[in-house]
Design a protein around this ligand. Structure first.
Ligand SMILES: [Zn+2]
Length: 560
């Protein structure tokens, strides 16, 4: 061993002296090529980063501020300020020390992409690291010590370790202990809470004022239930805010810990009134479902509350990756049982995705003469009725196999999402026939078809992706669309109409029968992206059609 080492040393000395001589003789050339290489590497990084940033298109997050009262304007300013504190709180939860990370990154484009992702991992690419020297994203994010094993966690005698409002750390002796959120993130929560109280002063709606006060308190003691209850009780407020630790996807280790986010909202009172009316039709629509009576025997959920909003600010977890266009809250099951849930449709964000993503997709992939049927109102209705359609059909199997969710196991989500998609279109058709919805049915169907292409771009891996692929392949089999020789797609409306009905019936029956085998077969056969479609989707990427949006947002953007 020693012999080998000394031989190596001699060899290395020899090599380095060689290089030394070489360097002395041609110093200019060597340093130039070194500079060239560095320059090339820098340019490559910049190109890569620019391509990543270009996956997002920047849109202004605005609303009609002319309809706001002076008090409402002041109120919104304080709500935005409160929401802004969710950014640093979320940074600490997902990564840790933002400043020290940023100091290490010299390339300006990389820094921009880090800001977009709230960390050095690419949320549109399975969280792969894109900063040199950064490893894979820990499943524990920054909620738990990175070296903690699941075994260690399970053994730890800490009563609030699974709480959605605590983080875990190690003491000097390496022993795990918990810190409640309101202490761990006090720096940000105290001023956020103060802003909410300040906002409450301008709230003319009494219920909303009370909600803001309760929420301000909850941020400081982690007891969110009273404010969630109050949030469900208030009905007529024009302004709204979703703020606090809410969704648990960021904790990929256990899904226990919730992430801070803030979304400031202005309710669209006209649309909300229309939606209220649609909810009342649910029992009748349930009755008309194209299945035998036993598959529609349950009462549909009319208790859900459905409203349309303009979002005017996104912060923290809500401002990452693919931006949400619909919110369904609260997550607290006790509140859900007592008060139901509220579905929020974010109309201006939907419009942005429609204009900047769906229309360019349709212009490439839908046959020329049908492009006039791509309409925002149709996109909005389809998306909205998807949410409502979750309340149709049945939750319990008709043959003693228990709940549909339990019977269909890992396929449940994909089938449920697929059901909501197709029944959403079915609801549109029913309401259209009753004269409750305007426009041409061809608008809804063509826009529905184009939306499949938009959704599949996020991949076929998750429940929504599988649902989209099943529908695409089912439609193809039934001749609901055909692919032209030039690679565009043409909807055959009559056949799509029949396919809509038969696919609705198929999915409702699979659910009602709790038919696990049948569902597995359907997913296996139809839940895949055919080669031809892959190539067509690649065309969209080659044309640089963005995948999602980022916001130009804030008090100035709104002109407040
Ligand atoms: Zn859904």
């Amino acid at each position: 061993m020693k012999k080998h080492l000394s031989f190596l040393l001699i060899l290395l000395t020899f090599l380095s002296s060689c290089e030394g001589n070489h360097k002395k003789r041609e110093p200019q050339k060597v340093s130039e090529s070194k500079i060239d290489k560095e320059k090339q590497a820098r340019e490559k990084t910049q190109n890569d980063m620019q391509a990543k940033i270009d996956q997002y298109v920047k849109v202004k997050l605005i609303t009609d501020t002319n309809i706001l009262t002076d008090n409402e304007k002041k109120l919104i300013v304080h709500l935005i300020k409160a929401a802004q504190y969710m950014d640093p709180a979320f940074w600490e939860q997902t990564y840790g020390d933002k400043q020290s990370l940023m100091q290490k990154i010299k390339d300006s484009l990389t820094r921009i992409y880090v800001e977009i992702n709230y960390g050095p991992w690419d949320r549109l690419d399975d969280n792969k690291p894109f900063v040199e020297g950064i490893g894979p994203k820990p499943a524990s994010a920054n909620f738990y010590p990175h070296d903690m094993t699941k075994e260690e966690f399970e053994k730890a005698d800490l009563p609030d370790k699974t709480s959605q409002y605590t983080i875990l750390r190690r003491d000097q002796n390496g022993k795990l202990f918990t810190i409640p959120y309101h202490l761990a993130y006090k720096k940000y929560l105290k001023p956020a809470s103060k802003e909410l109280l300040e906002a409450a002063k301008y709230a003319d709606n009494k219920q909303f004022k009370q909600y803001l006060q309760l929420r301000a308190k909850a941020l400081l003691d982690d007891n969110f239930q009273p404010s969630d209850m109050q949030w469900m009780d208030m009905k007529n407020n024009h302004i709204d805010i979703v703020i606090g630790p809410i969704e648990n996807y960021e904790d990929q280790l256990y899904n226990y810990k919730t992430a801070y986010e803030g979304v400031v909202l202005v309710k669209d009172m006209n649309w909300s009134k229309k939606l209220e009316k649609f909810i009342k039709f649910l029992p009748e629509l349930q009755n008309n479902l194209p299945v035998p009576p036993e598959y529609k025997q349950e009462k549909s959920g009319t208790r859900s509350d459905l409203n349309a909003y303009d979002a005017v600010y996104y912060a923290g977890n809500a401002n990452t990756g693919g931006k949400t266009i619909a919110i369904n809250l609260p997550n607290d099951e006790e509140v859900q049982l007592k008060k139901g849930t509220r579905r929020l449709q974010l109309k201006n964000v939907m419009k942005a995705k429609f204009d900047r993503i769906l229309v360019p997709i349709a212009n490439m992939i839908i046959t020329h003469e049908q492009r006039k049927h791509i309409k925002f109102d149709a996109f909005f209705a389809n998306t909205m009725f998807h949410e409502v359609a979750h309340g149709l059909g049945i939750k319990k199997t008709i043959n003693g196999k228990g709940m549909v969710r339990t019977a269909l196991k890992e396929y449940y989500s994909a089938i449920e999402e697929g059901k909501a998609d197709i029944l959403g279109l079915y609801m549109v058709d029913q309401l259209h026939k009753k004269g409750e919805l305007d426009g041409d049915m061809k608008d809804y169907m063509t826009t529905f078809m184009a939306s499949i292409f938009r959704s599949i771009r996020f991949g076929a891996a998750d429940a929504h992706g599988v649902a989209n692929m099943i529908r695409f392949n089912y439609f193809k089999e039934k001749g609901a669309f055909t692919r032209n020789l030039d690679g565009t797609y043409k909807v055959n409306y009559d056949k799509m109409y029949d396919a809509m009905k038969s696919l609705s019936a198929l999915l409702l029956k699979l659910q009602g029968d709790g038919d696990y085998e049948g569902v597995a077969k359907l997913v296996k056969e139809k839940g895949i992206i055919p080669e031809q479609l892959k190539q067509d989707l690649q065309k969209l990427n080659d044309a640089h059609i963005p995948v999602d949006i980022i916001f130009d947002q804030g008090i100035e953007t709104l002109g407040l």
